[in-house]
Design a protein around this ligand. Structure first.
Ligand code: HEC
Length: 127
């Protein structure tokens, strides 16, 4: 029992030292933001092209809809290009996975990202 107590106090001491060693000279750790799937969380009420939509398109579409891509004829690299195709984009991202017309081709966006794009379009596509 005495031994256990000793072990315990050593543990407590060690923990105290560890938890106190993070002095003010340590670099400040940035707050951890939860993964959002690229374009922001589903809690975003007013997604904009610049802060939310561009990241989704860059991460999921540009490989084909950019220079040298399979469908570089329909580039999706700028606000003007994406907003001009919004109606077709909405139709394509809502196709079920496995549908020959679904975009991204051969895949499927997360529901969070689909919701964000739809909200963006419904809100008048703010840049
Ligand atoms: C693996 C390559 C690939 C990826 C990734 C991809 N596309 Fe496509 N996309 C294509 C090809 C090829 C076509 C032309 C064939 C067709 O219409 O299905 C196309 C067609 C389209 C069209 C129709 C354009 C038109 O006016 O005819 C839209 C809109 C579109 N893609 C949007 C997207 C969006 C949005 C994403 C990302 C979420 C995406 N695509 C990802 C290959 C891709």
């Amino acid at each position: 029992m005495k031994k256990l107590k000793a072990v315990c106090s050593v543990l407590v001491l060690t923990l105290t030292v560890i938890s106190c060693s993070g002095g003010s000279d340590d670099p400040v750790t940035p707050p951890v933001t939860p993964p959002t799937g690229g374009g922001g969380g589903s809690t975003v009420t007013n997604p904009t092209y610049t802060s939310n939509i561009k990241a989704i398109i860059d991460g999921n579409c540009i490989s084909c809809h950019g220079p040298g891509g399979e469908n570089s004829a329909v580039p999706l690299q700028t606000y003007a290009q994406v907003s001009a195709k919004a109606a077709e984009i909405k139709v394509r991202i809502e196709k079920p996975a496995g549908d020959p017309l679904v975009m991204p081709k051969g895949g499927k966006l997360s529901q969070t990202n689909i919701d964000l794009i739809n909200k963006w379009i419904a809100n008048g596509m703010p840049n």
